[in-house]
Design a protein around this ligand. Structure first.
Ligand SMILES: NC(=O)c1ccc[n+]([C@@H]2O[C@H](COP(=O)([O-])OP(=O)(O)OC[C@H]3O[C@@H](n4cnc5c(N)ncnc54)[C@H](OP(=O)(O)O)[C@@H]3O)[C@@H](O)[C@H]2O)c1
Length: 247
């Protein structure tokens, strides 16, 4: 069987921030199915050893590509790399997962931290989505999942401290903006499925060891949500278990 024939049967995924945490687990769970081709993007492939090791047990196909979400040139050149991997097939799912969190408050935030956070968590995902638009148009699922946070909810902000490092002002602003980007995307592309999703408080480097959820459980929920989503769900702000969140 030619590789082109094999590729035609595959569901294709691009996951950012795949070196560790939620991104790594998304890749791991997707590779359990032989019908998935997963393009795992990470900042430094040479040090992403846990990601590379997934190849040993993968039933699906793994491709690792370099992508720094804060480096717009790296985003601009990626579609060429993707097109060579996909060999004429479209991209079914884009999961904008990579993100950073630095603790600050509205009145202590540092301009450089705010800009770096917006660059990584908001501008990068927006530019990557735009860069991948022709590939998504050619895909069967046309689905963009933006990994946001409950901290991006203004309606839910009173549950979060207003002072101290846990106020995470820059981070929350970046995720609220990502939420709005998602809604605007749904309006521009009604034939796509654009979802912004909070993965819960998850045990990763970012979430910390005290977090409520195991990464495998959050990711299982995320994949169920994204794979079951239809255009009727586009523009929704969802939790990892499918519950609708207030903006
Ligand atoms: N964990 C939680 O409780 C929680 C809650 C709400 C939302 N989230 C969101 O879930 C997503 C994943 O978080 P996580 O918990 O898995 O965090 P994590 O364990 O800290 O992993 C973050 C991932 O993002 C990558 N990354 C950071 N900056 C990047 C850049 N400029 N370019 C490319 N990759 C970059 C990291 O790559 P390197 O290894 O190269 O640094 C890493 O792969 C984030 O968007 C986060 O905001 C997490």
């Amino acid at each position: 069987m030619s590789s082109a024939t094999t590729a035609a049967r595959q569901t294709t995924w691009l996951i950012t921030g795949a070196s560790r945490g939620i991104g790594l687990e998304l890749v791991r769970q997707l590779l359990a199915s032989p019908s998935n081709t997963v393009i795992a993007a990470c900042r430094t492939p040479s040090t992403a050893s846990a990601l590379a090791a997934l190849k040993d047990t993968a039933k699906g196909t793994l491709h690792v590509v370099q992508l720094d979400m804060a480096d717009f040139e790296s985003i601009r050149v990626l579609p060429g790399v993707l097109a060579r991997i996909l060999g004429g097939q479209g991209l079914d799912y884009l999961i904008n997962n990579a993100g950073i969190l630095k603790g600050d408050t509205p009145l202590t935030l540092d301009a450089d931290v705010l800009l770096e956070t917006l660059r990584t968590n908001t501008v990068g995902p927006a530019l990557l989505t735009a860069a991948c638009a022709p590939l998504l148009d050619a895909g069967a699922r046309k689905t963009v999942l933006n990994v946001s946070s409950g901290l991006g909810s203004i309606a839910g902000a009173d549950k979060v401290p207003g002072t101290g490092p846990r106020a995470v002002a820059s981070y929350s602003m970046s995720k609220a903006a990502l939420n709005m980007f998602t809604y605007k995307l749904k309006m521009e592309k009604p034939e796509w499925v654009a979802i912004t999703l909070a993965p819960g408080w998850v045990k990763t480097d970012l979430g910390g060891a005290d977090a409520a959820l195991e990464v495998a459980d959050s990711v299982k929920g995320i994949l169920k949500v994204v794979m079951e989503a239809t255009v009727a769900d586009s523009g929704k702000y969802l939790r990892w278990d499918g519950e609708v969140l207030p903006w």
